[in-house]
Design a protein around this ligand. Sequence first.
Ligand code: MZP
Length: 505
Amino acid sequence: AFYYDQPSRTFSEYLLIPNLTTKACIPDNVQLRTPITRFRKGEIPFLQMNLPMTSAIMQSVSDHNLAIALAGCGGISFIYGSQSIAEQADMISKVKKYKAGFVDSDSNLTPQHTLGDVLRLKARTGHSTIAITENGQSNGKLMGIVTSRDYRENQMSESEPIAGFMTPRQSLVVAMEGVSLAEANETIWQHKLNCLPVIDKEDRLLHLVFRKDHDSLKEHPLELHDSNKQLIVGAGINTRDYKERVPALIEAGADIFCIDSSDGYSEWQAETIRYLKATFGERVKVGAGNVVDREGFLYLAEAGADFIKVGIGGGSICITREQKGIGRGQATSVIEVAAARQEYLDKTGIYVPVCSDGGIVHDYHIVLALAMGADFVMLGRYFARFDESPGRKVLIGGSFVKEYWGEGSSRARNWHRYDHHSETKAGKLEFEEGVDSFIPYAGRLKDNLDITVSKIKSTMCNCGALTIPELQQKARLTTVSSTTIVEGGAHDVIQKERSSQGMAQ
Ligand code: MZP
């Protein structure tokens, strides 16, 4: 046998050492854009995200509701594959049908800003942005902006006309009710109306909202429409029925696939990737995994995987290490795979994004994963806590909890994920590798994500980094002793109740 000289380590065994924070290094300037699909050095990746977070390919995490909420915030969900092809395709098409545009209540733009400022914001955030100017012309004073940033702020029930905003033009509103968005827009432009159309899910006009000034607009985000803008969504697939599943999901509108397996270093994964690329060409994007070392990464990269997912046994609901003795500390896995990615880049000129999957317990673990070389992370427990996840919300002992179960639990019975292609055992989950559990309920996805993102940006500023590649290049990490970990929490004090603000994790 081969013995590694070092034990494998988890995220909690590392801390970041601050670098010089320059004056330009403020959270507003931090940009979290990250590649999802492989690209040749110097070229632009086919798919990128504005948030380095994806939701796990799990029944208790990624259905269409969570996918819509997360895509609205700039991340991507991979809809779970442990369901029938028709059911999965239906979820994908629900996400693709959802269209939304939104007021960006965090942009800090004021009427003094110009259209140029809006365009700069657009370049920085990557959000689709429409500037609304006083006279409807590009040289007019800025009245407000609309972006595709968020959809939850803008539930239809909340988008009633706002008192004080309606003007004598109300009669026109009534006349327009029920017309198509295209007709409404034409009238708005014709009459140079300073207003926004509010639409229903069939794109019919509900009403127009007139704005007085940008500050009022900031207080009242409204659901709007940016046309033909569709949310991005991924889908989990397996190495058994991909020949039927993938065409159906392409038809439903899936943007990217990920082969979902607890151990991806296998000939079945290479065969699946090669088949999909040969059949559908490069337009089909497919991630693979999970792996935990250099060999696993290089094998899947050479097979053509668009991104590679890292992690075995670190998931919060996972008992694979206990059941089979397979796995590796998540931090060590990411560090080794990121080094292999660099090796592959030097040799081929191709950059293959790496996803750190599972084992994120605290928000800062996300920054550690990115600093260690991950381009994005995948989270299960984190997202399962929110209103939008599929699990039931239950009251236990006076506190609300949500259900969260592993794909390897007998509840999910995702045999494909743990399958070794034995024909006699096909369709069976012989023993469990995951548990069925409860986790504390945490409210709306967006509220929690906002806190997480501000922590990520703040930590990146401490490290003197404005982008993820800069963080990967500059980060200085140290391992910590167990007593250092104790010192890092509140200690030697009698703690009063902590406020829930900032306590997303
Ligand atoms: P976590 O974010 O809850 O720590 O981990 C989520 C990850 O655990 C998933 O993305 C997946 O890779 C993995 N997972 C899902 N089900 C199981 C299981 O039943 C599992 N063992 O390990």
